[in-house]
Design a protein around this ligand. Structure first.
Ligand code: GAP
Length: 459
């Protein structure tokens, strides 16, 4: 596209993220994620998304929503968080959404009885609870993870409602509404993005496990007998989605749930796992929920949750293949995968479609003769891409600032670009990952960046 040579920078050693601490600090400093209620000392496991975090999160949600609802066989939904309390009896959450909990009478710590090997004793961090001579652990007791509140002014047991621990139930109870209003035939799915709440006993690891989080869930309703085929199909589709967001295949794997790991509703389940600095961890669950949920809602509500298949004149309760990914956890995997330390620079090699800003525009210097063309270029670029402008500090410093927030393309207007310069009407575009620079005519900038974005590949 340009007759000017590409300027390449000397390669430097590239180091990956080794602990969450560096990422937590970058996220706070650059406005991705802040501790919630920080001026009051924070509140356990709650986080606020800042200006760049909210953009990144929206881009991830858009990527998911597009992947789901661009298909003709998936419809969208936005159900309420508070639902009829019988929902949670039917779903099995009142009875079965529990973790075994032990308390230590000495250090007052509270731990999951089934995860003691991953916890630290309050007296000596290197030991697991129960292994120190002074530990005094109670017998395990079951603790329900649902947050309870009351609907209306009376705080009595008749008014208890729950903050939903998964968005899925809003989909199940709307199965018939959606199927009939959208005139869908089985197989078809319903997709939803929304907040979920779990009173986790051991939240932590930044935004990995929190008590308030967002889920992106899709329930795919199929004819019994075709469920395992669809299950395999969705497993592949979902891992491909993570790769389409720039995650490296080598950092992703499946983990199959053994009989003791299966949730109360699941006939078969695979987790998509990502290799975080804390090891391989689940980012998404793909579950064959059989007819468990619709059958239970039919039983508890007294309303039929069946489907009538016109072609065969058969009536049946559909089976459900569920895909369930945490938005916050997906965002964490995207940040971890993109993070690199290369010599002096910290860089987020985000997929351009997810980057909060796609383009940064700089005048080489803050001089009036450069600002006219800079304004023109910025004005044009802004119409096509989410862009930012920076005129303070050296060009090197400005590149570093954009590298750290993952901006893939920086456009600089220098003296050569002016009417009396060596290359009138041109700009240089510097690309984040390889730090190559190319001189381009102003009128080609938008097409150049569009082309680069469309052909971007993770390293
Ligand atoms: N409807 C099925 C369901 O909720 P899950 O495996 O319990 O399944 C699905 O959760 C996804 O939700 C997980 O893979 C994870 O990404 C996210 N998630 C679950 N609990 C979370 C928590 N406490 N904090 C952040 N994300 C969480």
């Amino acid at each position: 596209m340009s007759d000017q040579p590409i300027v390449t920078a000397a390669p430097t050693e590239s180091k990956e993220l080794t602990s969450f601490a560096d990422l937590v600090s970058l996220c706070k400093r650059r406005g991705f994620v802040f501790p919630s209620s920080e001026i009051y000392g924070g509140i356990g496991s709650c986080w606020d998304y800042g200006p760049l975090g909210v953009e990144l999160k929206l881009n991830i949600k858009n990527s998911w929503w597009k992947a789901m609802t661009d298909r003709d066989d998936v419809e969208g939904l936005d159900a309420s968080i508070l639902m009829h309390p019988r929902t949670w009896e039917a779903s099995g959450h009142v009875e079965g959404f529990v973790d075994p909990l032990v308390d230590c009478k000495t250090c007052k710590g509270r731990f999951r009885a089934d995860k003691l090997e991953h916890a630290s004793c309050g007296k000596k961090l290197s030991l697991q609870p129960g292994k120190h001579s002074e530990c005094a652990l109670t017998e395990p007791r079951l603790f329900n993870l649902m947050f309870k509140t009351h609907m209306g002014p009376l705080e009595d047991s008749a008014n208890i409602v729950y903050l939903r621990p998964e968005t899925a139930q809003g989909i199940f109870v709307n199965f018939e509404n959606v199927q009939q209003s959208a005139r869908q035939k089985i197989p078809f799915g319903i997709a939803q993005i929304g907040k979920a709440f779990r009173n986790e006993i051991t939240p932590g690891n930044f935004i990995f496990r929190t008590r308030e989080f967002e889920q992106m869930e899709m329930q795919f309703f199929v004819k019994p007998g075709t469920d395992m085929e669809w299950f395999e199909n969705w497993k592949q589709t979902r891992i491909d989605w993570h790769i389409s967001n720039g995650l490296r295949r080598s950092k992703l794997r499946f983990h199959q749930h053994g009989p003791t790991e299966l949730a109360h509703y699941a006939k078969a389940a695979f987790d998509v796992e990502y290799e975080f600095p804390i090891g391989w961890q689940e980012i998404e669950g793909v579950h064959n929920r059989s007819d468990f949920d619709l059958k239970r809602h039919q039983e508890f509500s007294g309303k039929k949750c069946e489907y009538f298949e016109e072609a065969t004149k058969e009536k049946f309760i559909p089976f459900v293949v569920e895909t369930s990914v945490g938005c916050d956890r997906s965002l964490l995997s995207v940040l971890c995968d993109a993070y690199r330390l290369e010599g002096e620079r910290t860089v987020l090699k985000l997929h351009p479609k997810l980057a909060p800003y796609k383009v940064a525009v700089f005048p080489l210097m803050k001089k009036p003769e450069l600002l006219e063309l800079t304004d023109k270029v910025f004005g044009t670029v802004k119409k096509h891409f989410r862009s930012t402008y920076d005129e303070s500090g050296t060009i090197g410093k400005r590149y570093r600032r954009q590298d750290e927030i993952g901006t893939p393309y920086c456009v600089t207007i220098d003296y050569d670009a002016l009417a009396n310069g060596a290359h009138p009407g041109t700009v240089t575009i510097r690309e984040r990952d390889q730090m190559t620079q190319e001189r381009i005519p102003v009128e080609n900038v938008v097409a150049y960046i569009q082309d680069k974005m469309a052909n971007w590949k993770s390293e």
